[in-house]
Design a protein around this ligand. Structure first.
Ligand SMILES: Nc1ncnc2c1ncn2[C@@H]1O[C@H](COP(=O)(O)OP(=O)(O)OP(=O)(O)O)[C@@H](O)[C@H]1O
Length: 253
């Protein structure tokens, strides 16, 4: 699915948080949102996945007008991995991941064999099979993050939005999660802080500064020393990592 967010404007109180931002994610593209803390990435994502109503703007998933469509219909297509995933009641990991099947069920419909198979597969993909019967609340931050991803995978979305999905994760799981999301071969829009990960996994990037698109293009086009310096107010030199051959960065204040 293709995602188009056009002319998005979000004001909270008297502050303009997102100013006239347009984003396009083509079919099966992995698009990253980068930018400093507080620049408006989460706010923009929330307005795209309907957790926040924008003052202005349109959001389409292919021909579907997201802002005018019911939650249920949207969640049959769109999966979201948000930044904070705390909850107060304890479900097992399997029950949590089963919640991903809810948008595909009628009211009070029970779990079918197919649902259990899909959940099992999502647990396998996220390396969580051994945690199946553990209480969600007993898990570490990184394990919880993986459960939320498994729940989103079980939802079988055609498009995924992730807000800093690798928060809490050690390097191995950062790589595993991003590889796993990339391997789904669906359109993805993800806010990412790690620029090397963004360079490696993203097909296209939008750099946000003060609520506006400061630059957009391929990682090579966007992740230049000048842009990174302007975005984060730091010194930065880019280089090709001799081991990975990927884009790398040396930072300083
Ligand atoms: N409910 C709110 N009330 C007041 N200000 C808010 C609210 N939500 C967000 N903001 C402000 O909007 C700005 C953008 O926040 P947002 O969370 O979108 O940034 P971000 O780019 O995702 O940052 P981070 O990288 O730290 O997650 C911040 O200055 C934040 O304090």
């Amino acid at each position: 699915m293709e995602l188009t967010a056009k002319d998005m404007e979000i004001r909270i109180g008297k502050k303009d948080i997102v100013k006239n931002v347009s984003i396009l994610v083509k079919k099966q593209q992995f698009v990253g949102l980068i930018g400093p803390n507080g620049c408006g990435k989460s706010t923009l994502l929330k307005s795209i996945y309907k957790s926040l109503v924008p003052q202005k703007g349109m959001v389409f998933l292919d021909d579907l007008d997201v802002l005018k469509t019911s939650e249920k219909k949207i969640s049959q297509r769109l999966g979201v991995v948000g930044q904070f995933n705390e909850m107060n009641f304890d479900l097992t990991v399997q029950q949590m991941v089963m919640l991903g099947r809810t948008p595909h069920k009628k009211m009070l419909e029970s779990d079918k064999q197919e649902d259990f198979e899909i959940v099992e597969e999502a647990l396998t993909t996220t390396n969580l099979l051994d945690y199946k019967n553990r209480g969600f609340l007993s898990l570490s931050g990184g394990e919880k993050q993986r459960v939320i991803l498994a729940r989103t995978i079980a939802q079988q979305p055609k498009f995924m939005i992730l807000d800093e999905p690798t928060n809490h994760l050690d390097i191995r799981y950062q790589i595993e999660i991003l590889s796993c999301v990339k391997g789904l071969n669906i359109g993805v829009l993800a806010a990412l802080h790690d620029l090397e990960m963004a360079a490696h996994y993203c097909d296209y990037l939008y750099a946000i500064k003060d609520g506006e698109v400061y630059a957009h293009g391929t990682p090579e086009e966007v992740l230049t020393s000048d842009t990174i310096q302007a975005l984060y107010q730091i010194k930065c030199q880019t280089y090709t990592n001799p081991v990975t051959n990927g884009l790398s960065f040396a930072y300083g204040i």
